[in-house]
Design a protein around this ligand. Sequence first.
Ligand SMILES: [Zn+2]
Length: 401
Amino acid sequence: MAIETMEKAADALPALSPEENLRYSRHLILPQVGPEGQRRLKAARVLVVGAGGLGSPVVMYLAAAGVGTIGIVDFDTVDMTNLQRQVIHGTADVGRRKLDSARDRVADINPHVRVEPHAVRITSRNAMEIVRAYDVVIDGTDNFPTRYLLNDACVLAGKPCVYGSILRWEGQASVFWAERGPCYRCLFAEPPPPDMVPNCAEGGVLGVLPGIVGCIQAAEAVKLVLEVGEPLVGRLLIFDALRMRFREMRLRRDPECPACGEHPTVHELIDYERFCGIAPAGAGGETRMADAQGIPEITPTELKERLDRGDPITIVDVREPFEWEIGNLEPHGARLIPLGELPERVGEIDPAGEIVLQCRSGARSAQALAFLRQHGYERLWNLKGGILAWSDQVDPSIPRY
Ligand SMILES: [Zn+2]
């Protein structure tokens, strides 16, 4: 049995106070929980990576359920755009560290829960130490490098990893636990190319969706601690909120899996940004495009100085038309060519001119830059941080979104 608290004899489990007995009374009368199960929950140590959309319901429900120790990994601060789905944070928390906001909320939900804050980006250097200290790991991140990193760390440490992911109207959940079934790499041995899958900042996400998927993750974590029911091991649950449908895919362990197969090649954690073909994720944990690919960048301040000097620069905005409507750099000569239309409209861009590519935060414009470079364009810049950074550094009248 990999979960250490489960090995503890009933008499080694912590006792419940009269107040806790009252608080958990609806659990205590459930045959699958009962007083011993509740004491198991109290003894349990669950790690939640990311206090964002998925982490919000996970942390709140685990705290309410009486999981004694919740580790939270997050280095981000609360942003106004988070509040549409990250319900552990409130309007008054904007600008605060997510860790502080989450800890305050947990203290209010259940003062018997101890939060262990990890104010770091989880990396190959610190992941094993952090993961080993917990019984169950919950992946609440939104980028591929961290997903592979957590998978490999959990395989190496023998821990179950409760996976969840969300985009637009669709979510997925599973439990990857190499000791009992397949791991994430059995399913996806190789990451998708970095420009294939948009993140929620680019593709959008229904605010309710992480609530549903995160609650599934929380339920799985509680079941794993209690050792009851059938966990999502070897099953990928796919949820479509638009059609309100759940589907299930059977997952098989891959004997050739590099992490958990018969001849594993992953014996220690690797450089996951390089593995996924992208640069280190920016604040917010969102997948960013690489300057590992040599993407030349210009800051909004530098661009403004050059425009003011009258340098002939063409700004190409590769966002969608509705984003252009929110705010744009048209007064500076920007023109709109959405990323998806670039292949057929590339002829509209003068290859001899100097071009600055711009999007919301700099990820799509980096893809556009790589595309133009493949088509022989040379004098290219990516606007660092996109129009959001322009709003921060040059013109606050441009709305942030
Ligand atoms: Zn595997």
